[in-house]
Design a protein around this ligand. Structure first.
Ligand code: FE2
Ligand code: FE2
Length: 173
C-alpha cells in the first residue's frame, strides 16, 4: 500500500519528512532547541490526526452498527488524545507553543468511512507502523540528553505498538 491511496499514511509521512532534517546526525548543535520543538510539534500533529481518524471511525456506520468495533476505535481515540496532551504539555515545558491548528493535513478530507472498512483498518496499520518508527527515531534522538522527554516518548511508543497490534487483530477477526 502506498501513501498515494492511503491519505492517513501520507500525512504521517509528510510530518516525518518535515522533521527528518532535524534528526540528521550532522544537524547543527546550536539549532537544537529549535529542533526539539519542531520534532515534538510533528509528533503533536500526528497525534491530532490520529484523534480525528479514530473518532471518525468510531462514529462511522460500521462503528455504530458494531459496538465492539466502535468501542475499540473510541478507546484508540482516547489514547491519542492522551498523547496529544502529553506532547503539547512537554512542548510548553520546553518553552515552545504547541500548534493545535497544524497545516498540511489532508486525510481528514476525502476518506470515505462508509466504504471498505477493512481497507481503512489496513491503512491504519501501516500508518501506526510509521508512527512507531517516528517515536523510535525520537527516542534515539533525545536519548539521555533529555530523560524526561525520552520517558514520555517511551510511554507513547508502547501504546502505538499496541495500536498496531490492535489493527492486526481487527483485520484477523
Ligand atoms: Fe498516539
Ligand atoms: Fe496510535
Amino acid at each position: 500500500m502506498t501513501g498515494q491511496d492511503n491519505l492517513f499514511l501520507r500525512d504521517v509521512a509528510a510530518m516525518r519528512s518535515h522533521a527528518q532534517a532535524y534528526l540528521e546526525p550532522d544537524a547543527i548543535a546550536s539549532a537544537r532547541p529549535q529542533a526539539t520543538i519542531a520534532l515534538l510539534q510533528a509528533a503533536l500533529t500526528i497525534e491530532i490526526l490520529c484523534v480525528w481518524r479514530y473518532t471518525m471511525m468510531s462514529v462511522s456506520a460500521r462503528g455504530l452498527r458494531d459496538q465492539q468495533v466502535g468501542f475499540e476505535f473510541q478507546e484508540q481515540a482516547n489514547d491519542e488524545r492522551k498523547h496529544t496532551r502529553m506532547v503539547a504539555e512537554r512542548i510548553t515545558e520546553l518553552g515552545g507553543m504547541p500548534d493545535f491548528q497544524p497545516k498540511g493535513l489532508e486525510s481528514r478530507f476525502g476518506a470515505d468511512y462508509s466504504g471498505d472498512f477493512d481497507r481503512l483498518v489496513a491503512q491504519n496499520l501501516v500508518a501506526e507502523q510509521s508512527v512507531v518508527e517516528y517515536y523510535t527515531d525520537l527516542i534515539h534522538y533525545f536519548g539521555s540528553s533529555d530523560p524526561l522527554t525520552t520517558a514520555m516518548l517511551t510511554t507513547i511508543l508502547q501504546d502505538e505498538e499496541d495500536h498496531a497490534t490492535d489493527m492486526q487483530d481487527l483485520l484477523a477477526s
